[in-house]
Design a protein around this ligand. Structure first.
Ligand SMILES: *[C@@H]1O[C@H](CO)[C@@H](O)[C@H](O)[C@H]1NC(C)=O
Ligand SMILES: *[C@@H]1O[C@H](CO)[C@@H](O)[C@H](O)[C@H]1NC(C)=O
Ligand SMILES: *[C@@H]1O[C@H](CO)[C@@H](O)[C@H](O)[C@H]1NC(C)=O
Ligand SMILES: *[C@@H]1O[C@H](CO)[C@@H](O)[C@H](O)[C@H]1NC(C)=O
Ligand SMILES: *[C@@H]1O[C@H](CO)[C@@H](O)[C@H](O)[C@H]1NC(C)=O
Ligand SMILES: *[C@@H]1O[C@H](CO)[C@@H](O)[C@H](O)[C@H]1NC(C)=O
Ligand SMILES: *[C@@H]1O[C@H](CO)[C@@H](O)[C@H](O)[C@H]1NC(C)=O
Ligand SMILES: *[C@@H]1O[C@H](CO)[C@@H](O)[C@H](O)[C@H]1NC(C)=O
Ligand SMILES: *[C@@H]1O[C@H](CO)[C@@H](O)[C@H](O)[C@H]1NC(C)=O
Ligand SMILES: *[C@@H]1O[C@H](CO)[C@@H](O)[C@H](O)[C@H]1NC(C)=O
Length: 510
């Protein structure tokens, strides 16, 4: 393993690996086949948007299978006002009488509902929704002066922030391969960071804006396609911004800008037919009782909603782990928690279970968050001058959020040890969010992962972050999933859980 001394003041004394090799746990062939079948068949049904039938089918598969495996399963049921984007399109009516249809890359989640008729109004180019040097949105950068009388369609380009885990906001606490093999640490480009750029839609609506068109910057159309940015949503059960908004690719944005500037555009029509309706969705908790007969437990955590077989494969990963430990009992209990609400635009609080089942947090001796396993890395390649979205030939790094307080050192050590013998293509980096100038960097992960991380429960929050994480794809993301890599990653977690249990049995779990 490769330790960074940036933040570590202690010298790692590695546990004797040889002692655990003999009983190193891993999925058997039958379990691997089941994993494949479940991933494939879940993907076949289409995206698991919060509260849709496909999400409920996935959670019921996992709940019932965990019950069959012998776990005690509980479901926490919720009702949410689900925003359902069905049809969207964009056209410009030119002053010469022609109407141009323009391709879109998708929509702004929970932005509004125009119905099929759409909203039509003159276009105002508000320039660029710029970023400050620290990569946060600068809301005053939009030029909202001189809006047309009455209603308008607002157009602006929308650069995405980048993240840099080599900046002081994050500390590197260790990696499974030499850090120079993880150049993404210093350059995490990703369209979905744009989700942090919300707007005051109430204020925009008050200005007479009836619809919005916004374009991707420094991003290929393929990479921007159908990116769903849930953190942009109107927070609150049932609320909508009431300003239907669409995204377009950069070249379409340039076309709009040029036509508007030359005075050729009479109006734009934004169609975003997206009715809302009540839907039910569940958080599933599977409890596996350990041989020790105590309350102490490990939380294994994920979310169950999202657009692709990468984004929400967590429940299927956890089911494989649950079946393994049901067949190979350990001493400590395990609580497998699969929450819902991650993609709900904050309409459904995905941390609710923590308040509803406080004993799960109280009993936990450690927490492990697992999501997005098996992700193949894709990036925009700028070699030709224009971005081309393509595979890089690598896997997405297994980013792991950790707390740098010394109380978590033991867990970090066991986690690093669990990568012993894994292939070099599996690149893991433990990064710890730091407070710099009074600002705490974000701990990414399924809702409440940060609550776990900032609590006194030692936590590893695993979150590979591919560019397409929040993108809906025609193949559901199947071509970007490597099931064998997912198996390797699951086996790492099985080893980690077993080694935590060995410490627990020996009375050495801190
Ligand atoms: C939650 O919903 C599931 C699936 O519809 C149902 O089987 C279960 O009984 C419900 N649980 C509660 C506590 O209402
Ligand atoms: C959302 O609001 C509805 C109607 O008031 C309510 O029935 C439902 O329980 C709420 N859901 C959540 C998750 O708060
Ligand atoms: C980023 O920079 C802007 C402008 O200087 C500042 O207002 C904001 O507080 C900064 N945000 C963070 C998170 O540092
Ligand atoms: C990220 O930060 C590191 C450390 O400050 C710096 O060396 C590197 O150039 C930065 N990366 C980018 C893409 O700016
Ligand atoms: C950062 O990543 C992007 C996309 O992967 C790449 O085009 C760019 O060259 C990288 N920049 C640096 C400084 O490594
Ligand atoms: C958004 O704009 C509205 C209307 O101008 C204003 O009342 C509200 O305070 C603003 N909200 C925020 C968070 O700034
Ligand atoms: C297109 O992208 C370039 C940078 O790649 C940017 O300068 C330009 O503003 C973008 N235009 C639009 C309309 O998004
Ligand atoms: C274990 O959990 C049960 C049920 O929640 C509770 O009654 C008991 O007090 C707990 N025991 C300990 C030692 O915390
Ligand atoms: C979500 O639920 C958690 C746990 O009950 C609570 O601490 C948090 O304040 C809730 N968040 C919101 C936005 O209501
Ligand atoms: C780490 O956990 C401690 C509690 O053990 C908490 O007080 C602290 O805020 C956490 N540190 C960071 C950097 O989040």
């Amino acid at each position: 393993m490769f330790w960074s001394s940036v933040l570590l003041s202690f010298v790692a004394t590695r546990t004797a690996f040889a002692s655990s090799v003999a009983s190193s746990p891993s999925l058997d062939q039958h379990a691997e086949q089941l994993l494949h079948d479940r991933l494939f068949q879940t993907n076949l049904r289409g995206p698991r948007w919060t509260g849709n039938d496909n999400q409920n089918t996935l959670t019921s598969l996992v709940a019932t299978s965990m019950e069959i495996a012998g776990l005690t399963v509980e479901t926490l049921n919720y009702t949410l006002f689900r925003w359902d984007p069905r049809w969207w399109s964009l056209s410009l009516k030119l002053k010469d009488g022609t109407t141009m249809g323009l391709p879109t890359t998708g929509y702004w989640p929970y932005s509004g509902d125009s119905g099929l008729r759409g909203v039509t109004a003159p276009v105002h180019d508000a320039g660029s929704y710029a970023l400050f040097p620290n990569q946060t949105a600068n809301p005053s950068s939009l030029d909202l002066t001189g809006l047309p009388q009455g209603e308008s369609i607002l157009f602006f380009d929308n650069p995405s922030p980048t993240k840099n885990y080599s900046q002081p906001g994050y500390g590197l606490l260790g990696s499974s391969v030499p850090v120079q093999d993880i150049p993404e640490l210093g350059n995490l480009t990703n369209p979905h960071w744009q989700s942090a750029k919300t707007l005051n839609w109430t204020a925009i609506k008050e200005l007479g804006v009836a619809g919005v068109v916004t374009s991707w910057v420094h991003t290929s159309d393929d990479n921007g396609a159908l990116q769903f940015l849930p953190n942009d949503g109107a927070p609150g059960n049932g609320s909508l911004y009431d300003v239907p908004a669409l995204f377009v690719g950069n070249s379409t944005g340039e076309t709009i800008r040029k036509l508007v500037k030359s005075g050729k555009v009479e109006s734009a029509t934004v169609v975003l037919d997206a009715p809302s309706s009540w839907a039910s969705s569940s958080t599933v908790i599977g409890h596996l009782t350990g041989k020790a007969g105590k309350n102490d437990s490990i939380i294994v955590y994920t979310h169950s909603d999202g657009p692709s077989i990468i984004e929400e494969n967590g429940p299927i990963l956890l089911l494989a782990m649950a079946e393994y430990f049901a067949a190979h009992p350990i001493n400590i209990n395990i609580d497998f928690v699969m929450t819902t609400g991650h993609m709900s635009g904050k309409h459904l609080n995905e941390s609710s279970w923590m308040g509803e089942r406080p004993e799960i947090m109280q009993n936990a001796k450690a927490a492990i968050v697992c999501e997005h396993f098996g992700a193949i890395e894709w990036k925009d390649n700028f070699e030709t001058g224009k971005p081309v979205f393509e595979p890089t030939g690598r896997y997405e790094p297994m980013w792991t959020m950790v707390n740098s307080s010394s109380a978590s050192n033991q867990l970090h050590e066991l986690y690093l040890d669990a990568f012993e013998g894994t292939p070099e293509s599996l690149r893991m980096a433990m990064v710890s969010p730091q407070v710099v100038n009074g600002v705490k960097s974000q701990w990414y992960g399924a809702g409440g992962s940060s609550t776990l991380g900032y609590s006194n429960i030692p936590t590893v929050g695993i979150i590979p972050q591919p560019d397409y994480l929040w993108a809906a794809m025609v193949d559901g993301g199947w071509s970007r999933l490597d099931v064998n890599m997912a198996v390797t990653q699951i086996n790492v977690i099985l080893r980690l859980i077993q080694s935590i249990d060995q410490k627990y049995l020996a009375g050495q779990l801190l």
